[in-house]
Design a protein around this ligand. Structure first.
Ligand SMILES: [Zn+2]
Length: 101
C-alpha cells in the first residue's frame, strides 16, 4: 500500500504537520508535472514523427509503434505488425515446448 500524506507527517508535532504536508504535496505535484513534460517532449510524441522499423525496414509513423518507456524516443524499435508476429511466434514456440514435455 502507498503511504498517505497523513502517515508521512504523523510523527511530527501537530503544529508542523500542515506545513510539512503542503511541502510534500508541492514536491510530488512538481515531480509529476516534470515527468509528464519529459514524456510529452520525447521525439516519438512529436507530430509527424516517423522512424524505420528494425524488423521490416519500413519507415512508419509513431502511431504504428507500441510505447516503450525504456527507448529514447518512447517507442518500440519494431512496428506493431512485426511485434505481433514476434509475439505470435514466441507463443507458438512456448506451446510446442509444453506439448513436447
Ligand atoms: Zn516492422
Amino acid at each position: 500500500m502507498t503511504p498517505s500524506l497523513d502517515d508521512a507527517v504523523a510523527h511530527l508535532p501537530p503544529d508542523e504537520r500542515y506545513a510539512r504536508a503542503s511541502a510534500l504535496r508541492r514536491m510530488v505535484t512538481g515531480r509529476l508535472a516534470a515527468a509528464e513534460a519529459r514524456e510529452a517532449s520525447r521525439p516519438g510524441r512529436q507530430p509527424g514523427y516517423a522512424k524505420r522499423c528494425l524488423s521490416c525496414g519500413e519507415t512508419k509513423l509513431a502511431a504504428e509503434y507500441r510505447s516503450n518507456r525504456t527507448r529514447a524516443d518512447g517507442l518500440s524499435s519494431s512496428c506493431r505488425p512485426c511485434m505481433s508476429a514476434t509475439d505470435r511466434a514466441r507463443r507458438e514456440a512456448a506451446r510446442v515446448t509444453r506439448s513436447a514435455a
